[in-house]
Design a protein around this ligand. Structure first.
Ligand SMILES: Cc1cc2nc3c(=O)[nH]c(=O)nc-3n(C[C@H](O)[C@H](O)[C@H](O)COP(=O)(O)O)c2cc1C
Length: 171
């Protein structure tokens, strides 16, 4: 199975990055292919609602930015993982921009499964992101494979790293 990971942290070696690395190790141990896009560090504009994609563009976006690097993987992946720090009770603006740029096709039928990894300083800050991904999965027809949350300023507990590994392995 090909798994696309959209990783929303602008920090290269932050907690999200560590959890994604463990997820990748687990997924690869089960024979899956994992493609990671660090959207937190990419230049991706918000959707312009210009409707070019639904008219002249015939499914392509008019904005020729870093989202163009993601589209081929988006349209060939079997599963998708959203991994992000929590910024003000939602996923980062960068990953939200990438998600909203799914607009050219609306639903993405090649993807069958999704998972969510969220990192934060405080507990109890995940409800908006969990609801968003649950609603989006319902709309897209994706099975939800799992949600992992990690909180606190200290190093990530080994059990959480293991949870990410196992989520990857069991996708
Ligand atoms: C702009 C900004 C907003 C944040 N907002 C929240 C928040 O609302 N709740 C929370 O628990 N942590 C918040 N945090 C803390 C991050 O979620 C936390 O440090 C997370 O582990 C960062 O992930 P990373 O190490 O992958 O970059 C915020 C951090 C930043 C920079």
């Amino acid at each position: 199975m090909k798994i696309l990971v959209l990783s929303g942290s602008p920090r290269k070696t932050g907690k999200t990055g560590q959890m994604v690395a463990a997820f990748k190790d687990g997924a690869e141990s089960a024979g899956h292919e994992v493609v990671i896009h660090d959207v937190g560090r990419m230049k991706i504009g918000g959707c312009l609602a210009c409707e070019y994609c639904h008219t002249k563009g015939e499914g392509t976006c008019i904005q020729k930015d870093d989202m163009q690097k993601i589209y081929p993987d988006l349209y060939s992946a079997d599963a998708i993982v959203f991994a992000s720090p929590i910024y003000y009770f939602t996923m980062t603006a960068q990953i939200e921009d990438a998600i909203q740029r799914f607009y050219p096709t609306g639903t993405i039928d090649n993807i069958k499964k999704c998972a969510l990894i969220l990192c934060s300083a405080s507990p109890g800050v995940y409800s908006a992101s969990e609801a968003q991904v649950a609603d989006m999965s319902g709309y897209m027809g994706w099975e939800q494979a799992g949600v992992i949350t990690v909180c606190g300023a200290d190093e990530i507990a080994p059990e959480k790293i293991r949870e990410a590994f196992d989520l990857g392995k069991n996708m």
